[in-house]
Each structure stands twice: as structure tokens, then as C-alpha cells.
Design a protein around this ligand. Structure first.
Ligand SMILES: [Zn+2]
Length: 325
């Protein structure tokens, strides 16, 4: 009845989400635990196993044919290990092995980075549908992304390809925790948009919201410092997107995550800046679109990545519906 049912795990620094997802992208069963990110590696692993136990207890479980994992990175898909920056106890943690065993040891398990998962979700059900060459990114507390090339997900050898947040767009820019300098994330992430606005004299409104959402509200109201902070973030994103387009000829860049929720405050200057940076004939028609898969992007992407040969080729628009947001 539920064709091509897969189990999906979305592992982040704050929550571990799991789901059973059918071949049309419908989420049929859900489970979730907070990530005990400051505790030991075994404690984090047990939280993953608790999520899996809820899924395996479902009467639908016998129909599951594969497991997909999207994890905060870096990941090493070849080794089956993860070392999420925001889960310090997990370094080269053998996540694929643990999940495979907890699920009974018979199902194939595929691991990708969370940015790659977003790209899979947006290509399957979101704004990149029908595009054979796409960069999909998340701009929130960090900046991540993934690539679809020639109609297929391109995770790269270790599952991290397309990690646009850590390419440098400012040669003499600020040091980034990754060890680089002037990274896209160091300029365009929510915390850095807010930090720059505050440093330049912006003050929050009566609600005291000093996050990027607060800066976005001020920018919509015309506050010049808030506008400038979003414009700088947009330029950093545009430079990264233009570089990606020039390298591999993507025709769409999809942008999701909390900062993308700022809407035209971000997308307006982003489109303008792309005209400055994406100038050659073969990248000039590049479009930018907001992501459509919303809060379930990580789960849907993990589900898509679980069956790599299925999602890219066989999904017709008729089999999909009601998963925007
Ligand atoms: Zn960096």
C-alpha cells in the first residue's frame, strides 16, 4: 500500500527526528527526542536508538526497505561516521553501524550531511523540482548546502559536497571557527547578521528581539543599519552562489532556513548582488528561489537520500502533493 517506504533520521544539535516516509513524500510516522548534545557519546546514541525503537514498533515497519540519515556535519559517508561540530562527544562516531544494528541489521543505511539532505528534499519535493543542476542551501545559525548535478544528488565522496557556508568570499575577512577566513557563514548566518547590526549601532525594538529576525523586522521598517546588515549577508551569499554556478553550471539556487524567512529583505539584495557577481553568459540566467520543504526538509531529504536511484528518476509531479510549507 505504501510503496517504497523508507525510514529517515534527521540528526541535529538540538533534536533527533525520525520518520517513516512513503514514496510520495508523505510522513506517516514520526518520532523525536532532544539531542543530549553536551553529554557523552553513548547517551546521544541511546537517544537515536530511542527514536528508532519508536519507528520499528510501527506496524508499517516491515514495509521499510532502506534507512536514510541526514546528520549535522562534518560526516564521513564512506566510513559511516559523523563528527557534528555541535555534538562534541561524537567524533568519528560510527553512526551507520549503530543505526543498522538497532534496526535489525538487514536494511541498507545511507548517510549524508544535512546540507546534502536539504538538496535532496528540495529536488524531490521543493523549489528545485525539475531542475537538473541546483544548489540548495540553508541559512540559519549556520550556512550549509548541497548540490544536484545532472539530475542526481551529488554528495561527494564523504557526503559533504556543496558546503557553501565555508567557502571564503572575503580574503582578509574574520576568522571562522572552521579555521578559514571570510567564510560565507561568517557573514551571512543569522547570528552574524545580528552581530553586525548591533556593532553598527542598531538597537532592537520594544520586544527586545536581537536575533536576525529582529534585524529583519527593522529592515522591513526601513532601518538603514538593519538593511545594510542584510545587504552584506546577501552579497556574501551571492558571491558564493555565483562561484558555484560558474564552477558547475547550476541554474537555480534554493535558499531556506530561518534567515530566508526574512523574505524580500534578503532575497531582494540577493538577486541584485547576483547580477554583480554572476556575469558570464552561462550563469546570467541563474534564478534564486525560497525553499519549499519547510521544517520537514531534513527528514524528507534523508528519506530521498535513502534510495538514491529512486527519487531522482521516478517521481512524477502527480505522485507528490501537500508537502510545501
Ligand atoms: Zn568557515
Amino acid at each position: 500500500m505504501h510503496s517504497e517506504l523508507v525510514a529517515a533520521l534527521d540528526i541535529g544539535g538540538t533534536k533527533i527526528a525520525g520518520a517513516l516516509v512513503d514514496g510520495g513524500g508523505a510522513v506517516l510516522v514520526r518520532a523525536q527526542r532532544p539531542t543530549p548534545a553536551r553529554e557523552g557519546g553513548e547517551t546521544v546514541a541511546r537517544a537515536v536508538e530511542a527514536v528508532l525503537a519508536e519507528l520499528t514498533a510501527s506496524p508499517l515497519w516491515p514495509g521499510v526497505r532502506a534507512i536514510g540519515i541526514g546528520s549535522a556535519g562534518p560526516v564521513d559517508a564512506a566510513a559511516g561516521t559523523v563528527s557534528p561540530v555541535n555534538v562534541p562527544a561524537w567524533r568519528d562516531f560510527p553512526l551507520v553501524d549503530r543505526v543498522a544494528r538497532a534496526a535489525g541489521g538487514t536494511l541498507p543505511v545511507r548517510l549524508v550531511g544535512d546540507g546534502v539532505a536539504i538538496a535532496a528534499a528540495e529536488h524531490w519535493l521543493g523549489a528545485a523540482r525539475g531542475h537538473d543542476n541546483a544548489l540548495c542551501m540553508v541559512v540559519s545559525t549556520g550556512v550549509g548546502g548541497g548540490l544536484v548535478l545532472d539530475g542526481r544528488l551529488h554528495p561527494g565522496p564523504t557526503g559533504n559536497a556543496g558546503h557553501i557556508g565555508h567557502i571564503s568570499v572575503d580574503l582578509d575577512g574574520d576568522l571562522c571557527p572552521c579555521g578559514g577566513r571570510g567564510c560565507v557563514e561568517r557573514i551571512a548566518s543569522g547570528p552574524h547578521i545580528a552581530r553586525r547590526a548591533l556593532d553598527d549601532g542598531w538597537r532592537p525594538g520594544p520586544d527586545g528581539d536581537t536575533t536576525a529576525a529582529g534585524v529583519a523586522a527593522a529592515a522591513r521598517a526601513g532601518d538603514p543599519v538593519a538593511v545594510a546588515s542584510f545587504e552584506r549577508a546577501a552579497r556574501a551569499l551571492a558571491a558564493g552562489i555565483a562561484a558555484t554556478a560558474t564552477l558547475v553550471e547550476i541554474d537555480i539556487a534554493v535558499v531556506g532556513g530561518g534567515v530566508a524567512g526574512a523574505g524580500e529583505v534578503l532575497f531582494g539584495p540577493l538577486r541584485r548582488s547576483l547580477r554583480d557577481y554572476a556575469t558570464l553568459s552561462f550563469v546570467r540566467d541563474l534564478t534564486v528561489a525560497p525553499a519549499l520543504t519547510g521544517a520537514d526538509a531534513g527528514l524528507l531529504g534523508a528519506a530521498a537520500a535513502a534510495v538514491p536511484d529512486r527519487w531522482a528518476r521516478t517521481h512524477t509531479p502527480a505522485s507528490v502533493g501537500g508537502h510545501g510549507g
